[in-house]
Structure formats: structure tokens, C-alpha cells
Design a protein around this ligand. Structure first.
Ligand code: PAF
Length: 283
């Protein structure tokens, strides 16, 4: 596995790994590599003969008071895990290598999709995500990029960016990986205390309860969301930030709720912000 920490090193590695006609898949990450990332890597391997990953904790997507400083970082461990999974190239730039001119003057405008779900609570977050993803696409020029469905809004916005400004990269979505107790796998799970870790799977259970009501025939959004709120009301360690039922492509709220809609939520477990979502299926 080649590890490139500079743009020059990256260009050299890409010349060998990505000759014309040879497909390259990219899995962008912020490190803290977990089973969810590994499922993205596995899917990337199915779609392309060469797989690159990036590890970059992007300051541009963290707001003031968010967890940029405490975000899990362990590059030696991440590199060992990625190498074992057969990744060919890892781009691991320092902040100054990524943002060579300091904070970028021109960024990607997320448009109205930013006013939905997490975007309402994390101003500037998706501008930061789209800008760094566009930079990674520009630097690595993959044919394919793989993202997880856990970050539903991120996935939808990256798909829109690629279509709207014709980036010519195929975006592949990968299902959420869950712990045996249902908790969606996330780098931030490592920040949970043991009590918080015990409380956190209630989020997935709340989504499951809404999905069960939907299978029983309930189609009113407020009733389905009421199920989520009720399931979490007694939990002292969880504070729901939002729960919404949305169309998973437009992210618009839906009511009555059709099959294929997604229930999406964000909650604080102690000081750790977790997100999750579930697509509703009829019985
Ligand atoms: O999902 C993430 O880990 C990040 O938002 C991404 C896509 C790597 C951009 O920094």
C-alpha cells in the first residue's frame, strides 16, 4: 500500500495506479477506521481494480464548539487496517497540504438542501464537506467514490453536487453497518463513555419501532415521529436533536408517508452527536 502525504507523492502514486482506462475507486474518510469504512472499501473493490482511501479530518466541516479537537485520530492503526483490507493507496495530507492557501476563498455552495435535517443545526458543515470532497475528487480523479447511507444527507448532497456540476464520478451508496445491538457504526462511537455506549442503541430501537408502526399500516408522519420521541423520552443520556420523515432523494418532509421514505434523526448521547436513519418498508 502506498501512503501519500503530499500532493506530489499523490500524483506520483496515481500515475502508476490509475493509468488511462484503469478504473479507480475512492473511499474518502476522516479516519477512525471502523467496520462501516471497511464495508465501503469492500464495495469499492467489487467495482474497481484499484482502491484509494483518504484520511483527512477536515476542519472546514466542523463548526465552533464542535468536536474537531477530540475527533478520533490514530493514523498508524488506520493505515494498518486499510492495508490489511487491500487498499492500494492512502492519501493522508496535513491540513496545510490540503488547504495550501489557507481557508479557501471559493467553496461549494450546498444550496437549499443545507436547510434540511443536520444542515439546520450545523451551519457551514455541508459547505465544508462538499468543498473537501470536491478537492479530493480533483486531486485523486477517481472514476467511482463510495459513501455510506448512514450519512444520508451527505450522500444526497454529494450525489447532487456530482450531477449539478457534472463531475463525472459514479457515486456508490453502501448500507449502514450496525453493531450487534443495533447501534450504527461510527467513528464517534469511540468517544462514548461506557454508560453512553449502553444508552446509544436506543436510537436504532426507536427507528425500528417507527418502522414496525409503518409495517402495521401507520402512514401519519406525526404518529411515526411520536413513536421515536416516546421511545427516547425516558432515556436520560440521550437528547434528540431532530427526527424527521423525509423523501430520501429530495430530503423533503413527507406526509402521508410513502414506502421508501426515511426516518432520520440526530441526538446527543452525552456530548457526542450521533445520527442514524432507516428506510421504511411495507410488510
Ligand atoms: O463522512 C466523512 O467521513 C466525511 O464527511 C468526508 C466525506 C470524508 C468528508 O470529510
Amino acid at each position: 500500500m502506498i501512503v501519500a502525504r503530499t500532493r506530489a507523492g499523490l500524483a506520483e502514486a496515481l500515475a502508476a495506479l490509475h493509468p488511462p482506462g484503469h478504473r479507480l475507486a475512492l473511499v474518502p474518510t476522516m479516519g477512525g477506521i471502523h467496520q462501516g469504512h471497511l464495508s465501503l472499501i469492500d464495495l469499492a473493490h467489487e467495482r474497481a481494480p484499484a482502491v484509494a482511501a483518504s484520511i483527512f479530518v477536515n476542519p472546514l466541516q466542523f463548526g465552533p464548539g464542535e468536536d474537531l479537537a477530540s475527533y478520533p485520530r490514530d493514523p498508524p492503526r488506520d493505515l494498518a487496517v486499510l492495508e490489511e483490507r487491500g487498499v492500494d493507496l492512502v492519501f493522508l495530507p496535513a491540513v496545510e497540504e490540503m488547504y495550501t492557501e489557507g481557508e479557501p476563498a471559493v467553496t461549494v455552495d450546498p444550496g437549499p438542501l443545507e436547510e434540511r435535517l443536520c444542515g439546520m443545526f450545523r451551519p457551514g458543515h455541508f459547505r465544508g464537506v462538499l468543498t473537501v470532497v470536491a478537492k479530493l475528487f480533483g486531486l485523486i480523479r477517481p472514476d467511482i467514490a463510495v459513501f455510506g447511507r448512514k450519512d444520508l444527507q451527505q450522500l444526497v448532497m454529494i450525489e447532487r453536487m456530482v450531477r449539478d456540476i457534472e463531475l463525472g464520478i459514479e457515486i456508490i451508496a453502501c448500507d449502514t453497518v450496525r453493531e450487534p445491538d443495533g447501534l450504527a457504526v461510527s467513528s464517534r462511537n469511540a468517544l462514548l463513555s461506557s454508560d453512553e455506549r449502553e444508552a446509544a442503541p436506543a436510537l436504532a430501537r426507536a427507528l425500528d419501532e417507527a418502522a414496525a408502526r409503518f409495517r402495521e399500516g401507520e402512514r401519519r408522519a406525526n404518529v411515526l415521529l411520536g413513536t421515536v420521541h416516546d421511545a427516547l423520552a425516558e432515556n436520560k443520556l440521550l437528547r434528540l436533536q431532530y427526527a424527521e420523515v423525509v423523501d430520501p432523494r429530495s430530503l423533503n418532509r413527507v406526509d402521508p408517508v410513502p414506502e421508501g421514505a426515511a426516518v432520520a434523526l440526530a441526538a446527543f448521547c452525552g456530548s457526542v452527536r450521533l445520527i442514524d436513519n432507516l428506510v421504511l418498508e411495507a410488510a
